[in-house]
Design a protein around this ligand. Structure first.
Ligand SMILES: Cc1cc2nc3c(=O)[nH]c(=O)nc-3n(C[C@H](O)[C@H](O)[C@H](O)COP(=O)(O)OP(=O)(O)OC[C@H]3O[C@@H](n4cnc5c(N)ncnc54)[C@H](O)[C@@H]3O)c2cc1C
Ligand code: SF4
Length: 514
């Protein structure tokens, strides 16, 4: 990274596909009259994992709309489409082409969110001796330095304590230095299951305009074999549309967001979730504007504290915490494999063809919408992969590919850390391992399933049951000392050895059949 001193010559301002914010640092420190904005759809970014078709369409369409908005606001924009005959296929190739065409020597960019791309840009600048000015991404609540300072010297990092810092920093739901309602966290009230007769406020759906229609044809032609249903395509692709989706969430879903946050229903992919993460991660919305609007709903009596606190915690707590953890541990974090798991990802993660109703629902919704809510990602598909001993890197690549909100900085800590415990406990204090009982309590899936959730092992037993005990037995050397698993290991130790063997035989049969 070099600091540009030549303030009077024109610069190339690179804007990446997840930097679609008018207040981006690279833009706010540029000059419309003099600088040129470069945006490029490139094969490398569209193909480093086999992204869901809807995700590619969303990013390209949102980029094209954003480029038009920049143009209307007076910026000179060089926009390179994926099918432009001279497109080199990489971000660095497109910068090189642009600086040659425009006789520019200085490049300015807001730091990429992913380590991979940040390194590629810095290495390229070094090799080509280009003056690259990389600015901090200030669209987050915590800076890198603040997170490092907070983490420094702590034996264990835990989101809850970081979250309290972020509450103090932002003043969200604070009365002076005390949390609103006298508690920092109202999660104990947020674990209710849902029933199918509740009113479900589905996210708003936009019809594709001409730009999106053109992008959909491109995706169909170029990425037709990728995972996922492209149509119906209903995502918002502009900031105005994303703001409408935010208003819709706050008005219709937020009041019950907390109560049913962990619930799952076979026919309801969205329940009371916001479905805003892909807008937020692409830059169409900012974290603080979302949180302020949600906080306002509480103070105006339109949403209860358990919902509002729970929602704000996801954004200024979890989202900021996983970003901090990612940058603290890269490179190398995505290669972590605490349990030494080596199994290939089962094929049904790409087809949804499985008789496990919970898995079929989570994967089917992912295929249809490039979306699944948190508990589906964590306690269904993630839980199964961990119990089955799937290689965490394969799991990571699947999650990175299939969700519209997936960028490595947020996806990897959630997958490698939270859902697979492959980081050995850097992110969380225990693995999120659960038997079928948890899924049955929180969902209606088991009543649609050919397996029997009450059966512990043998034919027709819910596969999560033997796999759960097999996972604990298999990894006892790594987990037995974890105080949060003390109860589970005591139960296992008290179990009749014959019963233990039945669990393990049953698990082996399931694993052999994958
Ligand atoms: C295995 C796994 C993989 C995940 N991969 C991603 C990913 O690639 N991208 C992503 O944005 N989130 C990811 N998450 C976190 C979370 O599942 C999604 O943010 C959420 O499901 C998005 O849906 P929503 O907008 O309806 O969220 P809501 O339930 O309405 O939550 C509100 C917002 O809080 C934020 N949020 C909530 N939980 C988290 C979290 N654990 N980490 C970061 N932000 C959070 C999101 O911005 C979200 O929009 C993952 C979680 C797990 C367990
Ligand atoms: S019985 Fe088991 S596999 Fe079937 S839906 Fe319930 S938890 Fe999932």
């Amino acid at each position: 990274m070099t600091q540009s001193n030549e303030r009077c010559s024109s610069r190339l301002i690179l804007v990446l596909g997840d930097q679609l914010s008018q207040n981006l640092s690279a833009l706010s420190q540029a000059e419309k009259a003099r600088d040129t904005v470069l945006m490029a759809e490139v094969a490398d970014e569209a193909g480093y994992v086999p992204h869901h078709k809807k995700k590619i369409a969303f990013v390209f369409s949102a980029m094209r709309h954003f480029a038009d908005e920049l143009g209307a606001a007076g910026w000179q924009v060089r926009y390179v489409r994926l099918d432009h005959p001279d497109n080199t296929g990489s971000i660095t190739g497109e910068i090189a082409r642009a600086i040659a065409d425009l006789s520019i020597t200085n490049v300015q960019v807001t730091e990429p969110g992913e380590y991979r791309l940040q390194t590629a840009l810095l290495e390229w600048a070094d090799q080509s001796q280009t003056d690259l000015h990389m600015l901090e991404d200030d669209r987050f609540v915590a800076t890198h330095q603040e997170f490092r300072n907070w983490a420094d010297g702590r034996k264990q990092l835990r989101m809850e304590y970081f979250y309290r810092e972020m509450r103090r920093k932002t003043g969200l739901l604070m009365n002076g230095d005390q949390p609103e309602g006298g508690r920092w966290n109202f999660d104990a009230e947020n674990r209710k299951p849902a029933t199918a007769d509740l009113f479900m406020p589905r996210p708003p759906r936009s019809d594709p305009d001409d730009i999106t229609t053109e992008v959909l044809s491109l995706v169909e032609t170029q990425f037709g074999d990728n995972f996922g249903q492209l149509r119906p395509f209903w995502f918002e692709v502009t900031r105005a549309g994303a703001l409408e989706a935010l208003d819709h969430f706050v008005e219709h879903a937020l009041p019950l967001f907390g109560d049913h946050q962990d619930a799952m229903l076979q026919a309801e992919p969205f329940l009371y979730h916001s479905v805003l993460s892909h807008y937020l991660n692409a830059g169409l919305l900012g974290p603080m504007e979302i949180c302020r609007q949600v906080e306002r709903a509480y103070y105006e009596g339109r949403a209860p504290l358990n919902a509002v606190e729970g929602f704000i915690r996801q954004i200024i707590g979890w989202r900021e915490y996983v970003r901090g953890l990612y940058w603290l541990n890269m490179p190398g974090y995505t290669e972590r494999n605490h349990f030494g798991a080596t199994r290939q990802l089962p094929d049904f993660y790409w087809t949804a063809k499985t008789e496990m109703a919970c898995m079929a629902a989570a994967i089917g919704q992912t295929r249809d919408h490039a979306y699944a809510h948190h508990i589906q990602r964590l306690m269904v598909t993630g839980n199964f992969a961990m119990l089955a001993g799937v290689d965490p890197h394969e799991v990571h690549e699947w999650y990175l590919a299939v969700y519209a909100d997936a960028y490595e900085w947020v996806e990897a800590p959630n997958v490698i850390g939270m859902s697979q415990f492959a980081d050995g406990g850097l992110l969380g204090s225990k693995p999120y391992a659960a038997s079928g009982n948890y899924i049955n309590k929180m969902s209606d899936h088991c009543s649609h399933c050919r397996y029997d959730v009450k059966r512990k092992f043998g034919a027709n037993a819910c596969p999560f049951n033997p796999l759960y005990w097999d996972f604990l037995a298999r990894n006892a050397d790594k987990l037995r000392g974890n105080p949060r698993l003390g109860h589970a290991y005591r139960t296992w130790d008290r179990m009749d050895p014959e019963k233990q063997a039945q669990y393990r035989d049953s698990a082996r049969e399931i694993l052999d059949s994958l």
